[in-house]
Design a protein. Structure first.
Lengths: 157, 154
């Protein structure tokens, strides 16, 4: 499914949004590991060895294999929100995610959302609320949550 | 600082706030890691005309706060305990963007430590603001302290 990105104020209840389908390859998991640690430390770091990057360590922790960081799917959902709602999401957004199933390497993941509520305030601000989730190639939801955006005139369309 | 491992954090523990200045590298590196090509994470693009950070970077702030406060387990420095934790819930509310050059203050507490289905969880409540008092992000987080523990209990 492909959706057309509208102006933020034009989304209506029932509208669906979608991000790209892409696998959590081990290489991508490594990119996130390095980037996350580098951002937290303020300088370029090397890959961390943890349950996301190291199969052996993951097995020692009771997992069948390395799993993707839950923040990885959250970040992909956050990017989908920024794609569709732009500055409104960055300035006045909210995102909640729950990691209900583990995501293993190389599983194709698609980010999705569906608008559940749209309210217009007296000053013209529009609050858009939606369900969001990440699903695998069988349609099984691995990460679920909700998000909202306040679309304000000050930030334009 | 609290001086213990993350697994020893308890309800009501208050983190000593940390401060850091947001750099272009921090913003672009995190955005690159999450494969988000939105230009304002990489340069001073419209409509803000200033480079800013991805809002989900609050998770890196949590790491910074834990690193500074739980010095018996400094994961960023490679000092870890036997138990891997599993992040269970992320909940960020964005109040305003954080721009390159701004000094950020990260603070927070453990709202609750509780046991559910044999696993111990921490419920964090964190806040990021600029040093001149502008609220950036409020954040709630649930983390399972040891996946091994609930696996053994099955």
């Amino acid at each position: 499914m492909k959706t057309t990105i509208k102006k933020a104020s034009q989304y209506q209840i029932g509208d669906e949004i979608v991000g790209p389908t892409r696998p959590f390859s081990q290489e991508r998991i490594g990119w996130y590991s390095i980037g996350m640690l580098s951002a937290a430390m303020g300088s370029l770091q090397t890959i961390q060895h943890n349950i996301h990057t190291d199969d052996e360590y993951a097995r020692s922790q009771g997992l069948p294999a390395a799993i993707a960081d839950g923040m990885h799917s959250t970040n992909w959902l956050s990017a989908m929100m920024a794609d569709h709602f732009g500055a409104h999401y960055v300035a006045h957004g909210e995102l909640r995610t729950k990691f209900i199933k583990p995501t293993y390497a190389n599983v194709p993941i698609t980010t999705r959302g569906q608008i559940t509520e749209r309210t217009v305030a007296a000053n013209g601000d529009i609050k858009i609320t939606m369900e969001v989730w990440c699903e695998d190639d069988t349609g099984t939801k691995l990460t679920v949550g909700d998000a909202s955006v306040l679309v304000t005139a000050a930030l334009g369309e | 600082m609290l001086g213990k491992t993350i697994a020893h954090l308890e309800t009501g523990d208050v983190f000593e706030p940390i401060r850091y200045v947001l750099t272009p590298f921090i913003c672009s590196e995190y955005a690159h890691a999450m494969e988000d090509s939105t230009e304002w994470y990489y340069s001073a693009a419209a409509p803000f005309d200033r480079q800013l950070r991805p809002p989900s970077m609050i998770h890196a702030d949590k790491m910074r706060l834990l690193e500074a406060n739980c010095y018996e387990e400094r994961r960023m420095a490679g000092i870890r305990t036997d138990d891997a934790r599993i992040h269970y819930e992320y909940h960020a509310q964005h109040h305003s963007p954080a721009f390159v050059g701004e000094e950020l203050i990260v603070s927070g507490r453990i709202e609750e430590r509780y046991t559910k289905r044999g696993g111990d969880y921490l419920f964090y409540n964190l806040k990021v603001e600029t040093s001149d008092g502008r609220l950036i992000t409020t954040y709630k987080d649930r983390t399972l302290l040891s996946y091994k523990t609930i696996e053994k209990g099955k």
